[in-house]
Design a protein around this ligand. Structure first.
Ligand SMILES: Cc1cc2nc3c(=O)[nH]c(=O)nc-3n(C[C@H](O)[C@H](O)[C@H](O)COP(=O)(O)O)c2cc1C
Length: 469
């Protein structure tokens, strides 16, 4: 049993611990939010970075194996179905818009790892449920029960142009289709009972047709006969992940997801998302513990807080001004290219752009006293939630989020690789383990077991005693 560690002081001050032996500690779940070069657009220029990592399998393999050594729950591959719509001056400088197709990559990683979960993003707007059900069922079998599906509805309108459409499907319709899509995919995964494949050489019967279900789905958006031509996945269903932020996105998460990749700005925001999604689950009779909320968190580690901040400032300074100013202009809804780069942010009139996004940018400039250049480089690099400090101060913040119900863990964004990843696996993780809030070894072999999620029953077949064992 791990002793309970209660931090009495937080943040920049050293933490004092009171040990309460023999009580079970709440545990953090950690995913790695991977763009192999990093999600920070300046990262490929950082000293020691691997600028080719997005397309260098040997590097990606070493990252996955290091994350597994540190007992991370999952390696998560985002996916985008179009090169982002941004000015070419910004686009040509960004390593984040090009990457491997997640299934091909995760299937290869499944063969060179044993325990870490493998979560792929797949779109319900531009894919078909039979394809998705097959691919995830295959990945789950190949990996021995480590697959997860990040359900996205795809917000980038340019994706439509790559799939024979002139116009992007409307937001509400995308979510309507996503909900039905989920029912179809999970129904297809239940095509065979867990014990359907009897493979009896004596009788010559390979599978029991009584234990196969033909879905026969005809809905408003989708029509799929079934059955799926794959045995039920080892996890029953691969773990369902969701990352939508809107009301419709949160509702879909509450109804279907088992992990949510949230994007809160700060702890207060995190708590509100946590309470909202878990509240929606309670309202429909789902156990809130059956969904883990994992905000994306950018982590920069230093020997001192000042050193970590300096690393981040150096990283941000590597974002070229052309890309940086494009991000700032989008966030403000106002052309920022004429502003004095080395002066404070001038006042700008409100426009039709996102109100909250604009307010967030203005507040960031004021709180951190950033010049236009620094603000633009921050936005052009990585603008989300960040923990920048020592292993202790970062662990303090993570612990606070965990104890105050801001999250169940984090989806870690590494500032630059490999060093920024190693800083987390070799410095932050041991600190979390020392505090008893992160595992020292995997509890099981499947992603469901890592996340503490139940294996779903087959909706068409009761488990027999033999299959349940
Ligand atoms: C951590 C995180 C990861 C995401 N990954 C992807 C992704 O890989 N592909 C994608 O199309 N959208 C991704 N999204 C975007 C969401 O799926 C969603 O489109 C966006 O948050 C807007 O939400 P809404 O459509 O519910 O308004 C991600 C969002 C977050 C917060």
């Amino acid at each position: 049993m791990i002793p309970r560690a209660v931090p009495l002081r937080r943040h920049d001050s050293p933490t004092i611990f009171e040990r309460e032996p023999m009580t079970e500690q709440k545990q953090l779940k950690l995913g790695a939010f991977m763009r192999p070069v990093s999600l920070h657009t300046g990262a490929w220029r950082y000293p020691g970075a691997y600028p080719d990592a997005n397309f260098n399998f040997q590097h990606i393999k070493s990252f996955a194996q290091e994350l597994e050594k540190a007992k991370f729950d999952a390696f998560f591959m985002a996916d985008h179905l179009a090169v982002l719509n941004m000015p070419i001056e910004a686009l040509k400088r960004s390593q984040t818009v090009t990457s491997f197709e997640p299934f091909t990559l995760l299937s290869a990683l499944a063969a060179v790892t044993d325990r870490i979960g493998l979560v792929a993003t797949a779109s319900t707007t531009f894919d078909l449920p039979y394809h998705i059900a097959r691919r995830f069922a295959s990945l789950d079998h190949i990996s021995g029960g480590r697959a997860g599906w990040n359900i996205v509805t795809t917000s980038n309108p340019d994706a439509a142009l790559n799939f024979g459409l002139e116009e992007h499907m409307e937001h509400g319709e995308r979510y309507h289709r996503a909900r039905e899509f989920y029912d179809v995919v999970t129904g297809l995964w239940d095509s065979f009972a867990d014990d359907a494949f009897i493979r009896d050489p004596e009788s010559g019967i390979f599978f029991d047709p009584e234990r196969m279900h033909v879905l026969g789905h005809k809905g408003e958006e989708l029509s799929v006969r079934g059955p799926l031509n794959i045995a039920r996945p080892p996890q029953g269903w691969p773990v369902i992940v969701q990352a939508g932020q809107s009301d419709a996105g949160r509702q879909l998460a509450a109804e279907t997801a088992e992990a949510v990749f949230a994007a809160p700005r700060n702890l207060a925001d995190g708590k509100s998302i946590f309470a909202d999604i878990k509240g929606r689950m309670k309202a429909i009779g789902r156990d809130p513990d059956h969904l883990k909320i994992l905000p994306a968190a950018f982590i920069v580690v230093g020997d001192t807080i000042e050193e970590a901040k300096a690393k981040r400032a150096k990283l941000d300074s590597l974002v070229h001004y052309d890309s940086a100013i494009a991000s700032l202009s989008i966030a403000l809804g106002h052309d920022a290219s004429k502003f004095d780069p080395d002066a404070p942010l001038p006042e700008t009139p409100e426009t039709n752009a996102s109100k909250s996004g604009r307010e967030r940018v203005i507040a960031l400039a004021e709180t951190e006293k950033l010049t236009v250049r620094q603000l633009a480089q921050r936005l052009g690099g990585y603008a989300g939630l960040a923990f920048v400090g020592t292993p202790q101060s970062i662990a303090d913040e993570m612990e606070q989020w965990l104890h105050e119900e801001g999250s169940d863990g984090f989806n870690v964004v590494f500032p630059f690789l490999p060093q920024g990843l190693l800083d987390v696996t070799t410095r932050v993780v041991p600190e979390l383990q020392r505090r008893g809030i992160f595992r020292r070894d995997y509890e099981g072999t499947t992603l469901r077991e890592h996340l503490g999620l139940p294996r779903p029953e087959n909706r068409f077949f009761k488990a027999t005693a033999a299959a349940a064992q």
